[in-house]
Design a protein around this ligand. Structure first.
Ligand code: ST9
Ligand code: ZN
Ligand code: ZN
Length: 316
């Protein structure tokens, strides 16, 4: 089901908040960032080229390497930027935080600080103009379009009210932010392309499969949480919001597609109600817990989940 209240987006008259801040929606103009359009276009063309002409002729170990990188790339976002830093749904010891920050560089979705700040704004002002990827502006905007235009002024004005000092209090987050311009290209593109030389893979094949194709697929599977899981699926916990339970998205995003649950109980470290089922990220965090690297994992009480389900009924 598409987002409700589709007509209630930028055409609305200014709210009290906006009147105070002097933001007039009628004056809001989409400002396309052509550099981003060009880069995203190239990445997607490169991924199509890689899928059609390189994957079938590269070494099988290169494919295994790309799948492993996809998982690490995913963990850097799901267990790292999302569940640890944006939501503080569990705590992690220093070695795990360093590992997650490295995986986060491999994912190249901006620094942990920027990612977590935008994500907190997404939850607090979900599906309003202050939401960086407001799904009420359409599927394309919530998927990739929001990265191709300047942010709506509400994202900045309302976002600046949220607390983010806890993020900068973490030396790992500060270090990653400061050295992102070097760490990101090394971990996302250079090392993934160089390692396959160990099994006599060509640099060309390795670059297109383990860097470009893997990165592009991981980006789209992440964006599907903002687009697909805000449009389609069931809504058992809160039928008045658009975020939905989507099994396909949960599979591709290693456990982040239980989005109706997650928007209802955002501080639950499992980000879903089914434990390890279609939730590789929860398996990862639980393994880290067993190794003493993760602790204080915050879980929603089953009673509360059941009560919520009974109250709203199952809606789709
Ligand atoms: C990418 C991110 O892909 C994907 C995030 C997805 C989120 C998914 C959520 C679902 C969770 C589940 C995860 C599943 C994972 C599955 C994995 C499976 C493998 N609050 O941004 P700027 C202020 S990135 C407060 O430049 P513009 C602030 O002062 C892809 N203030 O705005 C800031 O300065 P600073 C690769 C805020 O100029 C200033 O405004 N990266 C906030 O409008 C300027 O900020 C790209 O493609 C806020 N929220 O530009 C780069 N925001 O930062 C794309 C801003 O110094 N980005 N301020 O404090 C850009 O080029 C630009 O950001 C822009 C907007 C053009 C989009
Ligand atoms: Zn969401
Ligand atoms: Zn979240």
């Amino acid at each position: 089901m598409p987002p409700r209240n589709h007509s209630e987006r930028t055409e609305l008259s200014p709210s009290a908040d906006e009147a105070i801040e002097g933001i007039d929606r009628k004056q809001y103009q989409r400002d396309i960032v052509w550099r981003n359009v060009f880069i995203m276009g190239l990445i997607h063309l490169g991924a199509v080229y890689s899928f059609l002409f390189v994957t079938w002729k590269c070494h099988w170990l290169t494919l295994v390497w790309a799948v492993l990188l996809y998982f690490l790339n995913g963990i850097g976002i799901t267990a790292g930027a999302h569940r640890l830093w944006a939501h503080r749904s569990y705590k992690a010891r220093f070695p795990l935080r360093v590992f997650l920050a490295a995986c986060n560089c491999l994912a190249f979705q901006n620094s942990i600080y920027e990612w977590a700040r935008d994500h907190r704004v997404h939850h607090k002002y979900s599906e309003t103009d202050a939401d960086p990827h407001n799904a009420k502006r359409g599927f394309f905007f919530s998927h990739i379009g929001w990265l191709l235009v300047r942010k709506h002024p509400d994202v900045v004005s309302k976002g600046s009210r949220l607390k983010v000092d806890d993020l900068l209090a973490d030396p790992v987050v500060r270090f990653q932010k400061k050295h992102y311009a070097i760490l990101m290209p090394v971990l996302c593109f250079i090392l993934p392309s160089l390692i396959p030389i160990l099994w006599n893979e060509s640099l060309w094949n390795a670059y297109f499969v383990a860097a470009i194709l893997r990165y592009c697929v991981a980006l789209n599977c992440t964006w599907m949480v903002n687009s697909v899981a805000h449009f389609w699926g069931t809504r058992p916990y809160d039928k008045y919001i658009n975020p939905a339970q989507n099994r396909l998205v949960a599979t591709l995003s290693i456990g982040e597609g239980w989005h109706n649950y997650h928007h209802t109980f955002p501080s639950d470290y499992k980000a879903g109600e089914f434990g390890w089922k279609i939730n590789m990220t929860t398996i990862f965090i639980d393994t880290m817990y067993m190794l003493g690297q993760a602790y204080d994992c915050n879980e929603t009480k089953q009673q509360l989940i059941d009560a919520r389900k009974l109250r709203t009924g199952v809606a789709s």
